[in-house]
Design a protein around this ligand. Structure first.
Ligand code: SF4
Ligand code: SF4
Length: 188
C-alpha cells in the first residue's frame, strides 16, 4: 500500500464537485476505518477506502482520480452499510469513477471496458447477455485467452447461453440510456 500523499494543493472546487454530484458530505468522515475493515477488495486497492475518504477531504484530486482503488471497487456497498456517519461511501466511489472518466484519468482501462460492454448489453437487450458481454470485452481489451479455462465449466452447467434473449420492452430500456446519454452530453 502506498503512503498517503497530501502534497497536492487542496482543490476545494473538487471537494465541492464531489459533494454536489454525490449528495454526500465527506467532511463527516472521522476516519474510524469501519469501511475498510469490511471492504472485500481492500487487499487489491492502492489506497484503502478510508484513505480515499481522507484524500478527498484534503482535496487531492489527481491522486484520487488516478488511483486504482476507485476502479477496483465492486460497489458492494459494505462500506456504506458500516459507516457510523451514514455516508454513502459506495456512491462517493461511483461519483469519483464518473469524474475520472469524464476527465480522461481512468487508471484501470480494462475495468472501464468491462463496464462499457455490460452497459451496451443492457441497452441492446434490456438485460444482460453474458456471452455478448464476454465477446465484446475480449475484442475491446485484446485479452482473448484470459480466464479461458473457466469457459467449459460454466458452459457445461448451462450458466452461459450462446443465444441472446431480449426482454419485452427492451426499446424502453434503450430510451432510458439515450435520455441519460443526451443529458450527460449537455453537462459535458
Ligand atoms: S463498495 Fe467498494 S469500497 Fe465499499 S466496501 Fe465495497 S468494494 Fe469496498
Ligand atoms: S466508515 Fe464512515 S466515518 Fe468511518 S472511515 Fe469510513 S467513511 Fe469515514
Amino acid at each position: 500500500m502506498d503512503t498517503i500523499n497530501l502534497t497536492e494543493k487542496t482543490d476545494w472546487a473538487f471537494i465541492e464537485q464531489v459533494k454536489q454530484e454525490s449528495g454526500q458530505n465527506p467532511a463527516l468522515c472521522y476516519q474510524c476505518g469501519n469501511c475498510t475493515a469490511g471492504c472485500p477488495y481492500t487487499q487489491y486497492f492502492d489506497y484503502p477506502v478510508t484513505m480515499v475518504m481522507r484524500l478527498l477531504q484534503a482535496g487531492q484530486k489527481d491522486t484520487i482520480l488516478k488511483s486504482k482503488a476507485i476502479w477496483l471497487c465492486a460497489t458492494c456497498e459494505t462500506c456504506t452499510t458500516r459507516c457510523p456517519c451514514e455516508i454513502d461511501v459506495a456512491h462517493i466511489m461511483d461519483t469519483l469513477r464518473i469524474i475520472a472518466r469524464r476527465e480522461g484519468k481512468v487508471s484501470e482501462k480494462n475495468v472501464q471496458l468491462f463496464y462499457d460492454s455490460f452497459l451496451d448489453s443492457m441497452k441492446k437487450h434490456g438485460r444482460i447477455f453474458e456471452m455478448g458481454i464476454l465477446m465484446s470485452y475480449k475484442m475491446k481489451s485484446g485479452q482473448f485467452m484470459a480466464d479461458a479455462e473457466l469457459g467449459p465449466k460454466v458452459m457445461s452447467k448451462g450458466k452461459i447461453s450462446l443465444r441472446s434473449k431480449s426482454i419485452k420492452g427492451a426499446d424502453k430500456v434503450a430510451q432510458i440510456f439515450n435520455r441519460f446519454q443526451e443529458k450527460a452530453k449537455k453537462h459535458g
